[in-house]
Design a protein around this ligand. Structure first.
Ligand code: PA5
Length: 455
Protein backbone atom coordinates (compact mmCIF):
# COMPACT_ATOMS: atom_id res chain seq x y z
CA UNK A 1 0.00 0.00 0.00
CA UNK A 2 1.47 3.40 -0.91
CA UNK A 3 1.60 6.34 1.51
CA UNK A 4 -1.38 8.07 -0.03
CA UNK A 5 -3.54 4.96 0.45
CA UNK A 6 -2.23 4.51 3.99
CA UNK A 7 -3.15 8.10 4.82
CA UNK A 8 -6.71 7.56 3.61
CA UNK A 9 -7.11 4.09 5.06
CA UNK A 10 -9.30 5.35 7.88
CA UNK A 11 -10.93 8.01 5.77
CA UNK A 12 -14.42 6.80 6.57
CA UNK A 13 -15.07 6.07 10.20
CA UNK A 14 -17.58 3.70 11.71
CA UNK A 15 -18.83 4.16 15.26
CA UNK A 16 -20.96 1.53 16.96
CA UNK A 17 -20.87 2.62 20.61
CA UNK A 18 -24.51 3.74 20.48
CA UNK A 19 -25.89 0.33 19.56
CA UNK A 20 -25.59 -0.81 23.17
CA UNK A 21 -29.25 -0.03 23.85
CA UNK A 22 -30.01 -2.95 21.50
CA UNK A 23 -27.05 -5.32 21.52
CA UNK A 24 -23.98 -5.83 23.67
CA UNK A 25 -20.55 -5.29 22.10
CA UNK A 26 -19.93 -8.96 22.85
CA UNK A 27 -22.85 -9.96 20.61
CA UNK A 28 -21.28 -8.05 17.72
CA UNK A 29 -17.85 -9.47 18.51
CA UNK A 30 -19.41 -12.94 18.42
CA UNK A 31 -20.08 -12.38 14.72
CA UNK A 32 -16.53 -11.23 13.95
CA UNK A 33 -15.47 -14.71 12.84
CA UNK A 34 -18.51 -15.08 10.59
CA UNK A 35 -17.86 -11.63 9.08
CA UNK A 36 -14.21 -12.42 8.41
CA UNK A 37 -15.16 -15.76 6.89
CA UNK A 38 -17.81 -14.08 4.72
CA UNK A 39 -15.22 -11.58 3.52
CA UNK A 40 -12.86 -14.44 2.66
CA UNK A 41 -15.64 -16.12 0.66
CA UNK A 42 -16.11 -12.94 -1.36
CA UNK A 43 -12.42 -13.06 -2.23
CA UNK A 44 -12.08 -16.81 -2.78
CA UNK A 45 -15.28 -16.99 -4.81
CA UNK A 46 -16.46 -20.04 -2.92
CA UNK A 47 -19.73 -18.60 -1.62
CA UNK A 48 -23.24 -18.42 -3.06
CA UNK A 49 -23.67 -16.31 -6.17
CA UNK A 50 -19.97 -16.55 -6.95
CA UNK A 51 -20.51 -15.82 -10.63
CA UNK A 52 -21.36 -12.22 -9.61
CA UNK A 53 -18.24 -11.22 -7.70
CA UNK A 54 -16.63 -9.06 -10.37
CA UNK A 55 -17.27 -5.96 -8.24
CA UNK A 56 -14.95 -7.15 -5.41
CA UNK A 57 -11.72 -6.23 -7.22
CA UNK A 58 -13.30 -3.89 -9.71
CA UNK A 59 -11.87 -0.55 -8.47
CA UNK A 60 -8.28 -1.82 -8.57
CA UNK A 61 -8.77 -3.36 -11.99
CA UNK A 62 -10.02 -0.25 -13.79
CA UNK A 63 -7.17 1.08 -15.91
CA UNK A 64 -6.38 4.74 -16.66
CA UNK A 65 -7.00 3.88 -20.33
CA UNK A 66 -10.53 2.71 -19.54
CA UNK A 67 -11.20 5.90 -17.60
CA UNK A 68 -9.85 7.96 -20.48
CA UNK A 69 -12.00 6.13 -23.04
CA UNK A 70 -15.11 6.78 -20.95
CA UNK A 71 -14.14 10.44 -20.53
CA UNK A 72 -13.63 10.74 -24.26
CA UNK A 73 -17.09 9.42 -25.11
CA UNK A 74 -18.60 11.56 -22.36
CA UNK A 75 -16.87 14.70 -23.66
CA UNK A 76 -18.15 13.91 -27.16
CA UNK A 77 -21.74 13.72 -25.94
CA UNK A 78 -21.36 16.78 -23.71
CA UNK A 79 -19.92 18.81 -26.60
CA UNK A 80 -22.99 18.09 -28.71
CA UNK A 81 -25.77 18.37 -26.17
CA UNK A 82 -27.13 20.79 -23.61
CA UNK A 83 -29.10 17.90 -22.11
CA UNK A 84 -27.91 14.31 -21.82
CA UNK A 85 -30.77 11.90 -21.21
CA UNK A 86 -29.66 8.89 -19.17
CA UNK A 87 -31.98 5.93 -19.66
CA UNK A 88 -31.97 3.05 -17.16
CA UNK A 89 -33.65 1.61 -14.08
CA UNK A 90 -32.60 0.01 -10.77
CA UNK A 91 -28.90 -0.72 -10.76
CA UNK A 92 -28.65 0.86 -14.21
CA UNK A 93 -29.87 4.20 -12.81
CA UNK A 94 -29.52 4.68 -9.06
CA UNK A 95 -25.72 4.73 -8.80
CA UNK A 96 -25.29 7.53 -11.33
CA UNK A 97 -28.22 9.47 -9.85
CA UNK A 98 -26.84 9.05 -6.31
CA UNK A 99 -23.33 10.26 -7.13
CA UNK A 100 -24.56 13.03 -9.40
CA UNK A 101 -26.86 14.43 -6.70
CA UNK A 102 -24.18 14.10 -4.03
CA UNK A 103 -21.73 16.03 -6.21
CA UNK A 104 -24.15 18.72 -7.40
CA UNK A 105 -25.33 21.87 -5.72
CA UNK A 106 -28.93 21.45 -4.56
CA UNK A 107 -29.60 24.53 -6.69
CA UNK A 108 -27.71 23.50 -9.82
CA UNK A 109 -30.83 24.24 -11.88
CA UNK A 110 -30.40 27.96 -11.07
CA UNK A 111 -26.84 28.08 -12.36
CA UNK A 112 -26.77 30.41 -15.35
CA UNK A 113 -23.08 29.79 -16.00
CA UNK A 114 -23.08 26.03 -16.26
CA UNK A 115 -20.39 24.53 -18.44
CA UNK A 116 -21.60 20.94 -18.33
CA UNK A 117 -24.82 19.52 -19.79
CA UNK A 118 -27.95 18.99 -17.75
CA UNK A 119 -28.38 15.33 -16.93
CA UNK A 120 -31.95 14.07 -16.85
CA UNK A 121 -33.08 10.51 -16.25
CA UNK A 122 -35.61 8.43 -18.15
CA UNK A 123 -36.68 4.81 -18.28
CA UNK A 124 -36.96 4.48 -14.50
CA UNK A 125 -40.76 4.49 -14.54
CA UNK A 126 -43.67 3.96 -16.93
CA UNK A 127 -45.40 7.24 -16.21
CA UNK A 128 -46.88 8.85 -19.32
CA UNK A 129 -46.93 12.20 -17.51
CA UNK A 130 -43.21 12.02 -16.69
CA UNK A 131 -42.29 10.95 -20.21
CA UNK A 132 -44.49 13.54 -21.91
CA UNK A 133 -43.03 16.24 -19.65
CA UNK A 134 -39.49 15.11 -20.40
CA UNK A 135 -40.02 15.12 -24.18
CA UNK A 136 -41.63 18.55 -23.92
CA UNK A 137 -38.97 19.96 -21.59
CA UNK A 138 -36.05 19.05 -23.87
CA UNK A 139 -37.65 20.55 -26.99
CA UNK A 140 -35.67 23.81 -26.67
CA UNK A 141 -32.37 22.07 -25.98
CA UNK A 142 -29.89 20.06 -28.01
CA UNK A 143 -29.91 16.47 -26.74
CA UNK A 144 -27.92 13.24 -26.55
CA UNK A 145 -28.65 9.96 -24.79
CA UNK A 146 -26.94 7.22 -22.84
CA UNK A 147 -29.01 4.04 -22.71
CA UNK A 148 -28.08 1.53 -20.03
CA UNK A 149 -29.45 -1.97 -19.57
CA UNK A 150 -27.42 -5.01 -18.63
CA UNK A 151 -30.00 -7.51 -19.78
CA UNK A 152 -30.99 -5.27 -22.65
CA UNK A 153 -34.55 -6.48 -22.24
CA UNK A 154 -35.94 -4.42 -19.34
CA UNK A 155 -39.26 -2.91 -20.36
CA UNK A 156 -39.04 0.53 -18.75
CA UNK A 157 -35.75 1.67 -20.33
CA UNK A 158 -36.54 -0.12 -23.62
CA UNK A 159 -39.81 1.83 -24.01
CA UNK A 160 -38.14 5.12 -23.06
CA UNK A 161 -35.27 4.50 -25.45
CA UNK A 162 -37.61 3.77 -28.34
CA UNK A 163 -39.21 7.19 -27.80
CA UNK A 164 -35.98 9.12 -27.23
CA UNK A 165 -34.17 7.43 -30.11
CA UNK A 166 -37.06 8.43 -32.39
CA UNK A 167 -36.83 12.03 -31.12
CA UNK A 168 -33.06 12.18 -31.70
CA UNK A 169 -33.33 10.64 -35.18
CA UNK A 170 -36.19 12.95 -36.12
CA UNK A 171 -34.18 16.00 -35.11
CA UNK A 172 -30.71 15.13 -36.33
CA UNK A 173 -31.12 12.24 -38.78
CA UNK A 174 -29.91 8.65 -38.35
CA UNK A 175 -26.25 9.41 -39.13
CA UNK A 176 -25.91 12.16 -36.55
CA UNK A 177 -27.98 10.16 -34.03
CA UNK A 178 -25.09 7.69 -33.96
CA UNK A 179 -22.87 10.44 -32.58
CA UNK A 180 -25.43 11.39 -29.98
CA UNK A 181 -26.28 7.98 -28.53
CA UNK A 182 -24.07 5.71 -26.44
CA UNK A 183 -25.10 2.35 -25.04
CA UNK A 184 -24.00 0.41 -21.96
CA UNK A 185 -25.06 -3.23 -22.03
CA UNK A 186 -24.04 -6.88 -21.98
CA UNK A 187 -21.08 -7.95 -24.14
CA UNK A 188 -23.10 -10.30 -26.31
CA UNK A 189 -26.72 -10.82 -25.25
CA UNK A 190 -29.95 -8.87 -25.26
CA UNK A 191 -31.99 -6.67 -27.55
CA UNK A 192 -30.03 -3.53 -26.67
CA UNK A 193 -26.75 -5.16 -27.73
CA UNK A 194 -28.31 -6.22 -31.05
CA UNK A 195 -29.73 -2.74 -31.59
CA UNK A 196 -26.51 -0.92 -30.58
CA UNK A 197 -24.45 -3.10 -32.91
CA UNK A 198 -26.90 -2.66 -35.80
CA UNK A 199 -27.01 1.12 -35.33
CA UNK A 200 -23.27 1.47 -34.69
CA UNK A 201 -23.50 3.24 -31.32
CA UNK A 202 -20.48 3.75 -29.13
CA UNK A 203 -21.01 0.79 -26.76
CA UNK A 204 -19.61 -0.02 -23.33
CA UNK A 205 -19.83 -3.40 -21.70
CA UNK A 206 -21.18 -4.28 -18.26
CA UNK A 207 -19.02 -7.20 -17.15
CA UNK A 208 -20.96 -10.48 -16.91
CA UNK A 209 -19.85 -10.99 -13.33
CA UNK A 210 -21.09 -7.63 -12.00
CA UNK A 211 -24.78 -7.46 -11.05
CA UNK A 212 -26.82 -4.31 -11.64
CA UNK A 213 -26.82 -2.97 -8.08
CA UNK A 214 -23.04 -3.47 -7.82
CA UNK A 215 -22.32 -1.78 -11.16
CA UNK A 216 -21.91 1.89 -10.27
CA UNK A 217 -18.14 1.71 -10.81
CA UNK A 218 -18.50 0.21 -14.31
CA UNK A 219 -19.48 2.36 -17.33
CA UNK A 220 -23.08 2.07 -15.99
CA UNK A 221 -22.25 4.75 -13.45
CA UNK A 222 -19.03 6.17 -14.84
CA UNK A 223 -20.23 7.20 -18.32
CA UNK A 224 -23.19 9.36 -17.21
CA UNK A 225 -21.10 10.81 -14.38
CA UNK A 226 -18.27 11.71 -16.73
CA UNK A 227 -20.81 13.36 -19.06
CA UNK A 228 -21.90 15.47 -16.09
CA UNK A 229 -18.31 16.58 -15.52
CA UNK A 230 -17.73 14.46 -12.41
CA UNK A 231 -14.13 13.41 -11.79
CA UNK A 232 -14.56 9.65 -12.23
CA UNK A 233 -10.86 8.93 -11.70
CA UNK A 234 -11.18 10.31 -8.16
CA UNK A 235 -14.35 8.32 -7.57
CA UNK A 236 -12.52 5.14 -8.56
CA UNK A 237 -9.46 6.11 -6.47
CA UNK A 238 -11.64 6.47 -3.38
CA UNK A 239 -13.22 3.08 -4.04
CA UNK A 240 -9.81 1.54 -4.67
CA UNK A 241 -8.48 2.72 -1.31
CA UNK A 242 -11.58 1.31 0.38
CA UNK A 243 -11.06 -1.97 -1.49
CA UNK A 244 -7.63 -2.15 0.17
CA UNK A 245 -8.98 -1.09 3.57
CA UNK A 246 -11.64 -3.83 3.57
CA UNK A 247 -9.68 -6.59 1.85
CA UNK A 248 -9.41 -10.17 3.01
CA UNK A 249 -6.89 -10.43 5.81
CA UNK A 250 -7.59 -6.96 7.25
CA UNK A 251 -8.31 -7.69 10.93
CA UNK A 252 -11.94 -7.34 12.03
CA UNK A 253 -11.02 -4.46 14.37
CA UNK A 254 -9.76 -2.47 11.36
CA UNK A 255 -12.26 -3.58 8.75
CA UNK A 256 -15.22 -1.21 8.90
CA UNK A 257 -17.19 -3.17 6.28
CA UNK A 258 -16.93 -6.35 8.37
CA UNK A 259 -17.83 -4.41 11.54
CA UNK A 260 -20.89 -2.79 9.97
CA UNK A 261 -22.06 -6.15 8.60
CA UNK A 262 -21.58 -7.80 12.00
CA UNK A 263 -23.34 -4.99 13.88
CA UNK A 264 -26.43 -4.99 11.66
CA UNK A 265 -26.71 -8.79 11.81
CA UNK A 266 -26.35 -8.76 15.59
CA UNK A 267 -29.18 -6.20 15.72
CA UNK A 268 -31.31 -8.23 13.29
CA UNK A 269 -30.86 -11.32 15.44
CA UNK A 270 -32.23 -9.33 18.40
CA UNK A 271 -35.40 -8.31 16.54
CA UNK A 272 -34.28 -5.05 14.92
CA UNK A 273 -35.77 -5.71 11.50
CA UNK A 274 -35.70 -2.22 9.98
CA UNK A 275 -32.63 -0.11 9.30
CA UNK A 276 -33.09 3.57 8.64
CA UNK A 277 -30.26 5.27 6.79
CA UNK A 278 -30.23 8.89 7.91
CA UNK A 279 -28.22 11.87 6.81
CA UNK A 280 -28.17 15.55 7.60
CA UNK A 281 -27.14 16.50 4.07
CA UNK A 282 -30.00 16.74 1.52
CA UNK A 283 -27.51 16.02 -1.26
CA UNK A 284 -27.14 12.47 0.05
CA UNK A 285 -30.80 11.55 -0.37
CA UNK A 286 -30.14 9.42 -3.43
CA UNK A 287 -27.16 7.73 -1.84
CA UNK A 288 -29.82 6.37 0.50
CA UNK A 289 -32.00 5.34 -2.46
CA UNK A 290 -29.04 3.51 -4.00
CA UNK A 291 -28.27 1.90 -0.61
CA UNK A 292 -31.90 0.78 -0.26
CA UNK A 293 -31.73 -1.09 -3.55
CA UNK A 294 -28.33 -2.56 -2.71
CA UNK A 295 -29.42 -3.97 0.63
CA UNK A 296 -33.09 -4.61 -0.13
CA UNK A 297 -32.45 -6.61 -3.29
CA UNK A 298 -29.43 -8.39 -1.85
CA UNK A 299 -30.86 -9.47 1.51
CA UNK A 300 -34.65 -9.50 1.23
CA UNK A 301 -35.27 -13.13 0.30
CA UNK A 302 -36.22 -16.50 1.74
CA UNK A 303 -38.43 -14.73 4.28
CA UNK A 304 -35.39 -12.96 5.75
CA UNK A 305 -33.58 -9.64 5.66
CA UNK A 306 -33.47 -6.20 7.25
CA UNK A 307 -35.92 -3.80 5.60
CA UNK A 308 -33.93 -0.75 4.43
CA UNK A 309 -35.59 2.64 4.85
CA UNK A 310 -34.24 6.18 4.81
CA UNK A 311 -34.78 9.68 6.13
CA UNK A 312 -33.23 13.05 5.40
CA UNK A 313 -32.79 15.07 8.55
CA UNK A 314 -33.58 17.37 10.07
CA UNK A 315 -36.54 17.60 7.60
CA UNK A 316 -37.94 14.16 8.40
CA UNK A 317 -37.76 14.72 12.15
CA UNK A 318 -40.89 16.73 11.48
CA UNK A 319 -42.58 13.82 9.74
CA UNK A 320 -41.00 10.49 10.74
CA UNK A 321 -39.41 11.71 13.97
CA UNK A 322 -42.38 10.74 16.13
CA UNK A 323 -42.41 7.15 14.86
CA UNK A 324 -38.67 6.74 15.18
CA UNK A 325 -38.75 8.06 18.74
CA UNK A 326 -41.78 6.16 20.03
CA UNK A 327 -43.16 3.71 17.45
CA UNK A 328 -42.66 -0.03 17.30
CA UNK A 329 -39.21 -0.89 18.67
CA UNK A 330 -37.89 -2.84 15.70
CA UNK A 331 -35.81 -0.02 14.22
CA UNK A 332 -32.18 0.84 14.24
CA UNK A 333 -30.59 3.83 12.61
CA UNK A 334 -27.39 4.30 10.60
CA UNK A 335 -26.33 7.92 10.25
CA UNK A 336 -24.04 9.17 7.51
CA UNK A 337 -22.37 12.21 9.03
CA UNK A 338 -20.32 14.61 6.90
CA UNK A 339 -17.47 16.15 8.92
CA UNK A 340 -16.75 19.17 6.72
CA UNK A 341 -19.50 21.21 5.03
CA UNK A 342 -19.00 23.01 1.74
CA UNK A 343 -19.29 26.79 1.90
CA UNK A 344 -19.56 28.89 5.04
CA UNK A 345 -22.66 30.29 6.74
CA UNK A 346 -22.39 32.03 10.09
CA UNK A 347 -25.43 33.12 12.08
CA UNK A 348 -25.24 36.83 12.90
CA UNK A 349 -26.41 38.68 16.01
CA UNK A 350 -29.62 40.66 15.60
CA UNK A 351 -30.17 43.89 17.55
CA UNK A 352 -33.84 43.20 18.23
CA UNK A 353 -33.49 39.45 18.74
CA UNK A 354 -37.24 39.10 18.15
CA UNK A 355 -36.75 35.49 17.10
CA UNK A 356 -34.76 34.81 20.27
CA UNK A 357 -31.90 33.27 18.31
CA UNK A 358 -29.05 35.46 19.53
CA UNK A 359 -27.75 32.53 21.57
CA UNK A 360 -26.59 31.19 18.21
CA UNK A 361 -24.85 34.41 17.14
CA UNK A 362 -21.37 33.79 15.79
CA UNK A 363 -22.02 30.07 15.36
CA UNK A 364 -21.64 28.25 12.04
CA UNK A 365 -24.84 26.68 10.72
CA UNK A 366 -22.94 23.40 10.46
CA UNK A 367 -22.34 23.53 14.23
CA UNK A 368 -26.09 23.79 14.77
CA UNK A 369 -26.60 20.85 12.35
CA UNK A 370 -24.03 18.78 14.23
CA UNK A 371 -25.65 19.54 17.58
CA UNK A 372 -29.00 18.54 16.11
CA UNK A 373 -27.40 15.28 14.95
CA UNK A 374 -25.95 14.58 18.38
CA UNK A 375 -29.17 15.51 20.14
CA UNK A 376 -31.19 13.26 17.85
CA UNK A 377 -28.84 10.30 18.27
CA UNK A 378 -29.01 10.54 22.05
CA UNK A 379 -32.80 11.00 22.02
CA UNK A 380 -33.26 8.01 19.71
CA UNK A 381 -30.91 5.88 21.80
CA UNK A 382 -32.94 6.86 24.88
CA UNK A 383 -36.04 5.84 22.94
CA UNK A 384 -34.56 2.40 22.24
CA UNK A 385 -33.25 2.95 18.70
CA UNK A 386 -29.68 1.65 18.39
CA UNK A 387 -27.46 3.93 16.37
CA UNK A 388 -24.55 3.26 14.01
CA UNK A 389 -22.58 6.27 12.77
CA UNK A 390 -20.58 6.48 9.55
CA UNK A 391 -18.50 9.62 9.22
CA UNK A 392 -17.17 10.82 5.89
CA UNK A 393 -14.68 13.69 5.97
CA UNK A 394 -16.39 15.66 3.16
CA UNK A 395 -18.61 15.21 0.15
CA UNK A 396 -16.28 14.83 -2.82
CA UNK A 397 -15.65 12.20 -5.46
CA UNK A 398 -12.91 10.49 -3.47
CA UNK A 399 -14.95 9.96 -0.32
CA UNK A 400 -18.17 9.12 -2.16
CA UNK A 401 -16.24 6.46 -4.11
CA UNK A 402 -15.00 5.06 -0.81
CA UNK A 403 -18.48 5.13 0.69
CA UNK A 404 -20.00 3.26 -2.26
CA UNK A 405 -17.44 0.49 -2.10
CA UNK A 406 -17.74 0.32 1.70
CA UNK A 407 -21.49 -0.29 1.41
CA UNK A 408 -21.01 -2.87 -1.37
CA UNK A 409 -18.41 -4.82 0.59
CA UNK A 410 -20.45 -4.69 3.78
CA UNK A 411 -23.51 -5.83 1.83
CA UNK A 412 -21.75 -8.92 0.47
CA UNK A 413 -20.44 -9.80 3.94
CA UNK A 414 -23.79 -9.11 5.59
CA UNK A 415 -25.73 -11.25 3.09
CA UNK A 416 -23.41 -14.20 3.68
CA UNK A 417 -23.73 -13.83 7.49
CA UNK A 418 -27.51 -13.76 7.02
CA UNK A 419 -27.29 -16.96 5.01
CA UNK A 420 -28.67 -15.78 1.68
CA UNK A 421 -27.24 -15.43 -1.81
CA UNK A 422 -26.79 -11.63 -1.91
CA UNK A 423 -26.26 -11.58 -5.66
CA UNK A 424 -29.52 -12.83 -7.11
CA UNK A 425 -32.98 -11.25 -7.22
CA UNK A 426 -35.48 -13.99 -8.09
CA UNK A 427 -38.37 -12.00 -6.60
CA UNK A 428 -38.04 -9.20 -9.17
CA UNK A 429 -39.30 -11.50 -11.93
CA UNK A 430 -42.79 -12.01 -10.44
CA UNK A 431 -44.17 -8.59 -11.43
CA UNK A 432 -42.60 -8.77 -14.88
CA UNK A 433 -44.34 -12.06 -15.64
CA UNK A 434 -47.72 -10.63 -14.64
CA UNK A 435 -47.17 -7.37 -16.52
CA UNK A 436 -46.19 -9.15 -19.74
CA UNK A 437 -49.15 -11.51 -19.40
CA UNK A 438 -51.55 -8.60 -18.88
CA UNK A 439 -50.04 -6.78 -21.86
CA UNK A 440 -50.55 -9.92 -24.01
CA UNK A 441 -46.86 -10.32 -24.81
CA UNK A 442 -46.42 -13.34 -27.11
CA UNK A 443 -45.39 -16.40 -25.10
CA UNK A 444 -47.39 -15.42 -22.01
CA UNK A 445 -50.81 -16.76 -23.13
CA UNK A 446 -51.15 -19.30 -20.30
CA UNK A 447 -50.20 -16.84 -17.56
CA UNK A 448 -52.50 -14.28 -19.15
CA UNK A 449 -55.48 -16.64 -19.05
CA UNK A 450 -54.76 -17.55 -15.41
CA UNK A 451 -54.49 -13.89 -14.37
CA UNK A 452 -57.60 -12.82 -16.20
CA UNK A 453 -59.61 -15.38 -14.22
CA UNK A 454 -58.53 -13.60 -11.04
CA UNK A 455 -59.57 -10.14 -12.22
O1 PA5 B 1 -29.68 -4.95 -9.47
C1 PA5 B 1 -30.26 -5.41 -10.46
O2 PA5 B 1 -29.83 -6.39 -11.06
C2 PA5 B 1 -31.50 -4.74 -11.00
O3 PA5 B 1 -31.91 -3.68 -10.22
C3 PA5 B 1 -31.24 -4.21 -12.41
O4 PA5 B 1 -30.18 -3.28 -12.36
C4 PA5 B 1 -32.48 -3.56 -13.01
O5 PA5 B 1 -33.54 -4.48 -12.99
C5 PA5 B 1 -32.22 -3.11 -14.43
O6 PA5 B 1 -31.81 -4.21 -15.22
P1 PA5 B 1 -31.11 -4.01 -16.62
O7 PA5 B 1 -29.86 -3.27 -16.43
O8 PA5 B 1 -30.89 -5.40 -17.11
O9 PA5 B 1 -32.08 -3.24 -17.49
Amino acid sequence: MDNKSQKHRKMIKLETKHISCGVEAAEVAALAGAAQQANSLLHSGEGAGNDFLGWVNLPSSITPEEIEAINLTARGLAAKAEVVIVIGIGGSYLGAKAVLDAMSSSFHFLNKKRTTPYIVFAGNNLSETYTAELLEAVKEYSIAAIVISKSGTTTEPAVAFRLIKAEIEARYGKEEARERIAAVTDAARGALKTLATAEGYDTYVIPDNVGGRFSVLTPVGLLPLAAAGINIAELVRGARDMEVATAEGVPFEQNIAAQYAAARNALYNKGYKIEILASYEPRLQYIAEWWKQLYGESEGKEGKGIFPASVTLTADLHSMGQYIQEGERTLFETVISVAQPEGKVTIEADGDNLDGLNFLAGKRLDYVNKMAELGVVLAHVDGGVPNIRIEIPAINEYYIGGLLYFFEKACGISGYILGVNPFNQPGVEAYKKNMFALLDKPGYEEASAALKKRM
